[in-house]
Design a protein around this ligand. Structure first.
Ligand code: SAH
Length: 326
C-alpha cells in the first residue's frame, strides 16, 4: 500500500467518508510531487512535448499582444503547472525574437518538476500558489493541462454531494444515476488571476480538455502508462483529471471585470496562429524530419486527435488589445 493510500484510508476511517475533491487533491499532490509523469516512459504526453511548434506559437501570441499593448516594462511570463518547462522554453525563444524578455514566474508545487524546469530555463522563480506572484508588471499567463488536475466535487441529480468510502478495504464512491461536477479550486485560481489582470494588466491563455457548457456526467479519469485506469485504485500512482468547465472559468473572469475570448478548439486556434507555415519552415530546415513534423502537426490539430477536445480560452485585462486567433 502506498503512503497516500494509507493516509486516505485512515482519514476515511476517522471521518467515515471524504469528498471526491479531497481524494483527488491528496492523490494528485502525491502523484506529481515525486515524478516526471510526461513522455513515452511516463504516463501521458502533452502538446508541448509533441512539438516545439506548440510553445512557439504561444510565444508569438503573447509577444503580439505585448507589442500591441505598447511594449510595457517589467512583463512577467507566468505559467501554471509548467511540467518539464518545454512550453516555456519554446515560448521564450519566440518572445525573444520579438524583443520580449519577461521574468519567469512558475506556479508549480512538484519538487521533481521544479528540478526539470531548472535544467532548461534561465532563472525561473517558483510559487506554490498564484497569491505570491509579483504584484507589479503585466502578467502574460499560460496554463496548459493545469486546470484538469485541480480537484472537483461531484453531486447526484438531487444536488447531494457524492462521497468516497471504503468497502472491503477498497475505495468506492457513492453511486448516482446522473453526476454533476464543480471545481471551486479552479474558480478560486481563475478569480485571483483575473483580479491580477485588472490591477497589473496582461493576458491569459488557458488550454485544456473540457467542455464549453456546464456538463453533466462523471468525467473523473485516471491515466497510467498511456492507458485509462481505474481512478479508485492505487491513488497517488496514476494521474487523476477531470474535464474543465470552460463556461464556469469564463463566468468567473466576467465577474472580476475581465474580458474573455473563446473557447475555441485547439486545432482552429493553432491554424489561425499559422501552424501550417511554421511546420513548412521547420520541414524546409530539416527535410529528413518532414514526416515527423507533419504527424506532430496533425496530432495537435486534427479533430480526431487533440484538435477539438482541447479548448483554448483567452482573457485580456481592461485596455489590453484583442487577442489573435479566437
Ligand atoms: N503544462 C505541462 C504539464 C501538465 S501536467 C505540459 O503541458 O506538459 C500538470 C502540471 O500541473 C504539473 O506541472 C503539475 O506538477 C502541476 N500541478 C498540478 N496540480 C498543481 C497544483 N495544485 N498547484 C501547482 N501546480 C500543480
Amino acid at each position: 500500500m502506498t503512503p497516500v493510500e494509507e493516509r486516505l484510508k485512515r482519514r476515511i476511517a476517522a471521518e467515515r467518508s471524504i469528498s471526491v475533491a479531497d481524494y483527488m487533491a491528496e492523490a494528485n499532490a502525491h502523484y506529481y510531487a515525486g515524478r516526471d509523469p510526461l513522455g513515452i516512459a511516463g504516463d501521458f504526453i502533452t502538446a508541448p512535448e509533441i512539438s516545439q511548434m506548440f510553445g512557439e506559437l504561444i510565444g508569438v501570441w503573447l509577444a503580439d499582444l505585448w507589442t500591441r499593448a505598447g511594449r510595457p516594462e517589467k512583463a512577467r511570463y507566468v505559467e501554471l503547472g509548467p511540467g518539464r518547462g518545454t512550453l516555456a522554453e519554446d515560448a521564450l525563444r519566440a518572445m525573444r525574437g520579438a524583443g520580449l524578455e519577461p521574468t519567469l514566474e512558475m506556479v508549480e508545487t512538484s519538487p521533481a518538476l521544479r528540478r526539470a524546469q531548472a535544467e532548461r530555463l534561465p532563472a525561473p522563480r517558483w510559487h506554490d500558489e498564484v497569491a505570491t506572484l509579483p504584484a507589479d508588471g503585466p502578467l502574460l499567463i499560460v496554463a496548459n493541462e493545469f486546470f484538469d488536475a485541480l480537484p472537483i466535487h461531484q453531486f447526484d441529480g438531487d444536488g447531494e454531494e457524492l462521497r468516497v468510502t471504503l468497502r472491503d478495504d477498497r475505495f468506492v464512491r457513492d453511486p448516482a444515476a446522473t453526476v454533476t461536477e464543480t471545481s471551486p479550486a479552479s474558480i478560486a485560481v481563475l478569480r485571483e488571476l483575473a483580479r491580477r489582470l485588472v490591477s497589473q494588466g496582461g493576458v491569459a491563455l488557458i488550454i485544456d480538455y473540457g467542455h464549453d457548457r456546464p456538463g453533466i456526467g462523471d468525467t473523473l479519469q485516471a491515466v497510467s502508462q498511456h492507458q485509462y485506469a481505474d481512478p479508485w485504485q492505487a491513488p497517488g500512482s496514476r494521474d487523476l483529471t477531470a474535464h474543465v468547465d470552460f463556461s464556469a472559468l469564463a463566468e468567473a473572469a466576467r465577474t472580476e471585470g475581465v474580458r474573455h475570448f473563446g473557447p475555441v478548439g485547439q486545432g482552429d486556434w493553432l491554424e489561425a496562429m499559422g501552424i501550417q507555415l511554421r511546420a513548412a519552415s521547420l520541414a524546409k530546415a530539416a527535410p529528413e524530419r518532414i514526416e515527423e513534423i507533419a504527424a506532430a502537426r496533425d496530432r495537435l490539430t486534427a479533430f480526431s486527435q487533440m484538435g477539438r477536445l482541447f479548448r483554448v480560452l483567452a482573457l485580456a485585462a481592461p485596455g489590453w488589445p484583442e487577442p489573435a486567433g479566437l
